[in-house]
Design a protein around this ligand. Structure first.
Ligand code: SF4
Length: 256
């Protein structure tokens, strides 16, 4: 589908967001997804690690458009339950998940950076296995759709439903940014949405096997991520300015 809004420059893209951003705050997730698909066509994709929130978005997207794009960053360190869920998603929704990998295999990473990098420098490990692959994938797109919620982490608390992503230089769409965990699970149960079996074993947030544990009663839902480190984000949603050249290159692609 051709994009309906021919925003071809950084300024046009930002103007598009500025015009809609306030109004979009009252949009439903379904309306937000429809707007994203109608506006960006095949140049928008859902990014998901298949947590509960991501499953809600995937189900909503499948009801809105049969051929939506869905990609995941496969660190090659995911749980068997997560790979199993990917298979179930492809079968239920009739889509092929676009899997994006680090340029370094786990073996090459070990040769280059030593054993168990995640125990010594998880930021570098996430940068190699998550952020760089994401940056490469987003360079193909004009907009990406995420399932972040404001109450998940401090970094995410100021996210808008639609916003300009200066870090990666494209439009970022967060349809359920104002939802609670309770709303997410209500949707999953009401619509019989598949979800990761680890959620039933006290894993509210699921990442790589090396950096995820079950949470104990009373702990923060994200306490099981990178236990022993102050780290709470893998870097995909941390806001930082992009270089002018990155923004210009990305903005030029919007509307193509
Ligand atoms: S979550 Fe852990 S294992 Fe996975 S990429 Fe980040 S540091 Fe590496």
């Amino acid at each position: 589908m051709k994009p309906q809004i021919p925003a071809r420059t950084q300024d046009q893209a930002k103007a598009l967001i500025a015009d809609l951003q306030q109004a979009a705050e009252s949009w439903t997730p379904q309306r937000t997804l429809t707007w994203a698909f109608d506006t960006f066509g095949s140049r928008v994709a859902i990014s998901s690690a298949f947590g509960a929130e991501g499953m809600v978005l995937i189900d909503m997207a499948a009801r809105a458009r049969k051929d939506f794009r869905l990609f995941t960053i496969d660190t090659e360190f995911l749980f068997p339950e997560t790979y199993n869920l990917m298979d179930r998603i492809e079968e239920k929704y009739g889509i092929a998940i676009e899997k994006v990998y680090s340029v370094l295999s786990p073996e090459e990473q070990e040769r280059t950076h030593g054993t168990a990098l995640w125990t010594r420098d998880p930021d570098l490990c996430c940068s190699l296995r998550k952020v760089e692959p994401l940056r490469r994938k987003l360079s193909e797109l004009s907009a990406w759709i995420t399932s972040i919620r404001r109450d998940q982490t401090t970094v995410r608390s100021s996210a808008r439903r639609i916003e300009w992503d200066a870090k990666f230089g494209l439009v970022k769409i967060n349809p359920i940014v104002d939802w609670t965990s309770k709303q997410v699970w209500r949707y999953i149960h009401d619509h019989d949405v598949p979800y990761n079996a680890l959620h039933n074993q006290d894993y509210p947030s699921i990442g790589c096997t090396h950096c995820t544990r079950a949470v104990r009663p009373g702990e923060d839902p994200r306490a099981g991520r990178w236990p022993g480190f102050a780290k709470t984000e893998c870097g995909l949603h941390i806001i930082e300015p992009a270089t002018d050249s990155t923004i210009a290159a990305k903005a030029a692609k919007i509307g193509n």
